[in-house]
Design a protein around this ligand. Sequence first.
Ligand SMILES: C[S@@+](CC[C@H](N)C(=O)[O-])C[C@H]1O[C@@H](n2cnc3c(N)ncnc32)[C@H](O)[C@@H]1O
Length: 345
Amino acid sequence: MLFFAAFPRVSHGYNTLRQHKKRAPTGHFKYLDVIVSDSRSTSPLRSVVSASASSGSGLVRRCADPEANTSSTPNPFRTNPGNTCPDDAPVRQRTMAMVYTQEEIEAKIQSVPNWYHRIEVAPSVVTPGINDTPTYFGLFKFPENCEGMRVLDIGTRDGYFAFELEKRGAEVLAVDYFPAAKTGFAVAAELLGSKVTHQQANIYDISPAKHGTFDIVLMLGLIYHLPDPMLALDICRKVCRGNLYLETQVIDRAFLMKDGSFVDLASLNPELAAAPIMQFYPGDSLNKDFTNYWAPNEACMQRMLEENRFAVTRTVSNGPRALFECAVIQDAQLERFNKLSRGLV
Ligand SMILES: C[S@@+](CC[C@H](N)C(=O)[O-])C[C@H]1O[C@@H](n2cnc3c(N)ncnc32)[C@H](O)[C@@H]1O
């Protein structure tokens, strides 16, 4: 059985996956988990791959032609002259075709020790990420058509969001302070035939001078990892010419108590939910993770965004998390005081 790395997004094939909420109400890692209900195997990876073997062959064969419906250029990878790729199949997904056997795909997936995202890297073959990424992605209202847009995905990890917006037509720069080969990004990009550019960089090193500006900036699951969240938002504003999508841990429904338990912020005092406040996590006190620093309440996140000249257009509360969709605004006074505070005037 051969699989083609670049394929149209015809089916998610998540029927073998079941989502579960765990008890600890914090963080991506703790909140969502997955088990595989395929009784043919006890190995999650093997189950996902074998599901593709039984159900995906028709899809692979039909869409084997990376040039189908896009060009009359002969395709060196074409194996099926009767190719019937649908007209609406994303063109970008079919621009680079590599052929892999099922075993090769499995080996590549297994070469990544810790998948975070669940990425469909071949028809019905989903990487065993601990984060229910397709559901998470569905919470956002991204433009359906991103043709002509530049997108910056900061803290991209395995790259799910970068790859999805690439499929919608965007030119994407994915940044993470880990190299692509240390996450699932390199493997996923290869299997998907993605052209997303990955750059190993710290958010604090991003600038318009080095990176230009972007129509869409993604800052998902990142701000609570940052010691200086206001500086990070300032950087996002400088490189954003359109919309910012931000997702984060929030304390409204998960204020961390001294004994390690979580409570509703309003249960401590009803006024706290509306007051813009953040909780600091010394050491590894949040989720035993030394890279967790701060989490705001939703009111605070909104005010911090506004202070950095983003108007919040949509907010979605999601248990211990929340997402904020924003549009850039101009405000000369805020900009002046921001520069003053950073020694820039
Ligand atoms: C929780 S993951 C979020 C992944 C993805 N954005 C999502 O929401 O599913 C956080 C990612 O941010 C990266 N990261 C953390 N601090 C960073 C920093 N200062 N600069 C760049 N990337 C950072 C981590 O390496 C990790 O890949």
